[in-house]
Design a protein around this ligand. Structure first.
Ligand code: ATP
Ligand code: MG
Ligand code: MG
Ligand code: MG
Length: 436
């Protein structure tokens, strides 16, 4: 992409109403614009990152055996009256009346709808287990929307719903999502700690929140210092229920709990290893048994011919919130430092002198070659001062900067710089080889 033809409205000043660094940087880097409290327009740069995060989430859901669907954002109140949540959910639910005076709502989550859609396509226990998911916008009329995409009112969520015949199966489905979550966050360069959590309006008795430690987080969390290291999940075979359960039990032997689930006895046992922090909730997994299948009258034919209500879990990831969490975890004074896996482009190609024929030819050549090799390049071909170009490149945080200047070109070299790291002079050939 040529910057001269792109839509990248960067801001020089830090907007006064943005309190946390991720919100400030997303506004300054031209990724989002607020259109109403907690509601954002996604500009091209922001959208690219959103899609990358979404794709990692999707790949790990698919890998865990979940099946993607897409549900409507607007739902009928009827469904929610059946489960009893239409009243119970409270003012966070955005209620809508249509022209025929029917009660509708903008989905804040979707247990009810997935339960009836599941029933619609399932008759027998032989079709279990099933796990259906979607990546879809949600709306919650938060009392205090703030911190940009960290707490929006409209936000993108991955929500999955599992259906099993018995507890052992349901537990395995829960564990599969648990490990999928660890893999998902690790791939984005995030260290998210699974913590014992309250179930809130979803209900049920078993739940973990995945928390990224950050001073700007809204949750108070308590954990064993062993959790500060990452855990290698690559060797775990998620199809092996026993091995998976042992692995997860092993992890959970180290205490980690959110404020609502603190356990004084376990904390005493943790002793000096107990740590306290603020954290950002990037995902949550729930097991709630037959709460919704019973309420919605959903059953399948069991092995002995008797109807059984499947046992359910639900599993959310805050896809748009993740972008804020990643920036909170990875930035410096000059701007964002994107982890490679979610960077909007891999390389900022900077031509320092667009009026110099040799520079322009070399930069055009690099752009053509890298693009042809499938490298995502944002080419700063604008007629601007070098300083302004560097500032933009640092602000938007692409992992690499490739700088073409008149002196270097005379000597046949360009500068290759890692965002937030080393810089070196290399030949044009070496630069393309390194980046391809
Ligand atoms: P929170 O405690 O932050 O209000 P929640 O517990 O109400 O979140 P869940 O019902 O568990 O949220 O939804 C699944 C995920 O959706 C959360 O883990 C979070 O990452 C994301 N999420 C929830 N509310 C918001 C929001 N207002 N803005 C952005 N992401 C959100
Ligand atoms: Mg909430
Ligand atoms: Mg929560
Ligand atoms: Mg939650």
């Amino acid at each position: 992409m040529r910057l001269s033809r792109y839509f990248l409205p960067v801001l020089k000043e830090t907007p006064g109403d943005a309190q946390v660094v991720s919100h400030q940087l997303m506004l300054r880097a031209g990724m989002i614009r607020q259109t109403a409290a907690g509601i954002y327009a996604w500009l091209p740069m922001g959208l690219r990152v959103l899609r990358k995060i979404e794709n990692i989430v999707r790949e790990e859901q698919d890998r865990a055996g979940a099946i993607e669907v897409l549900m409507p954002t607007i739902q009928s109140a009827e469904l929610w009256k059946q489960s009893g949540r239409y009243e119970a959910y409270g003012p966070e639910m955005l209620r809508i009346i249509d022209r025929h005076d029917r009660e509708m709502l903008f989905s804040p989550t979707a247990e009810e709808l997935f339960t009836v859609i599941f029933q619609n396509g399932t008759k027998s226990y032989r079709e279990l287990p099933r796990n259906l998911y979607q990546i879809q916008w949600k709306f919650r009329d938060e009392v205090r929307p703030r911190f940009g995409v960290l707490r929006g009112r409209e936000f993108l969520m991955k929500d999955a719903y599992s259906f099993d015949l018995d507890f052992a199966g349901a537990r395995h489905s829960y564990n599969r999502m648990f490990i999928a979550y660890m893999r998902t966050f690790a791939r984005m360069g995030l260290h998210a700690i699974p913590m014992r959590a309250d179930t809130g309006p979803i209900g049920g008795d078993l739940s973990h929140e995945f928390i990224v430690l950050a001073p700007t987080g809204e949750s108070d969390v308590f954990y064993h210092r062993n959790w500060e290291q990452g855990h290698d999940t690559s060797a775990i075979d998620a199809d092996d229920a026993g091995a998976l359960e042992r692995f997860i039990d092993g992890l959970n032997a180290d205490y980690a709990a959110t404020d609502e689930k603190r356990d004084p006895a376990a904390e005493a046992e943790t002793g000096d290893a107990l740590k306290q922090s603020k954290g950002i909730e990037v995902g949550q997994v729930f097991y709630f048994g037959d709460k919704y299948t019973r309420a919605m009258g959903v059953s399948v034919q069991g092995p002995d011919g008797v109807a059984v209500a499947p046992l359910m879990g639900s599993y959310g990831i805050g896809v748009s919130r993740l972008m804020g969490a990643i920036i909170e975890a990875s930035h410096d004074e000059a701007g964002i430092i994107w982890p490679d896996a979610v960077a909007p482009y891999k390389v900022a190609l900077i031509n320092l002198r667009v009026d110099d024929e040799a520079c322009a030819a070399a930069a055009d050549g690099l752009y053509a070659q890298l693009t042809a090799a499938g490298v995502e390049v944002l080419y700063d071909d604008r007629d601007e001062r070098g300083g302004a170009k560097f500032a933009t490149a640092d602000l938007i945080g692409l992992p690499w900067q490739l700088v073409v200047g008149p002196k270097g070109i005379k000597a046949g070299v360009v500068e290759l710089k890692r965002r937030g790291g080393e810089r070196e002079e290399v030949s044009i050939e070496a630069a393309t080889a390194r980046l391809s």
